[in-house]
Design a binder for this molecule. Sequence first.
Ligand code: ZN
Length: 171
Amino acid sequence: MPSGKVHDQITIAAAAACVPLWWNLTAAPRDLSAGVVLIGSLLFSGLLISPDLDLNSSIYKRWGPLRFLWWPYQKAVPHRSWMSHSYVFGPLLRTAYLLAVVYGVLRIGLWTIRAVFPLDRNALSRQWLHALLHLPREHPAHFYMLVLGLLLGAGLHCIADTVWSAAKRRF
Ligand SMILES: [Zn+2]
């Protein structure tokens, strides 16, 4: 498979290419923030939650002191399996995993804060869940751009891996 650096370059080039593409394919008046969500989620998908998180890779190390959050994922998911290197399931699984981890960390954080400030942890959790579940209805353009960016970031990685393996077999 290509090196992490090559995958990074593909992701950055794709994000740059998405700017004029998004501009030309979107009808005026354009919501610039939706375009920013597309570029941001593509970069996030390719540079931070790439399929190679299933390995002790440069992406995994990029998480620095927080990389322990991905350790269970890395151990549970076999490298280049359909669970990580697939076009839809892989990015969905990593997004769901990250959301679950962030939720757990926030719950623990609130539990600690509650020792000092009185707050309703469950009410806050309900608010977060409500915001997440209502995102597609309340901000459809942003939601679709977010999903598209996440899928594109992972998809380009899988395509690059497939092309690289095929070329290696051939030559
Ligand atoms: Zn890969």
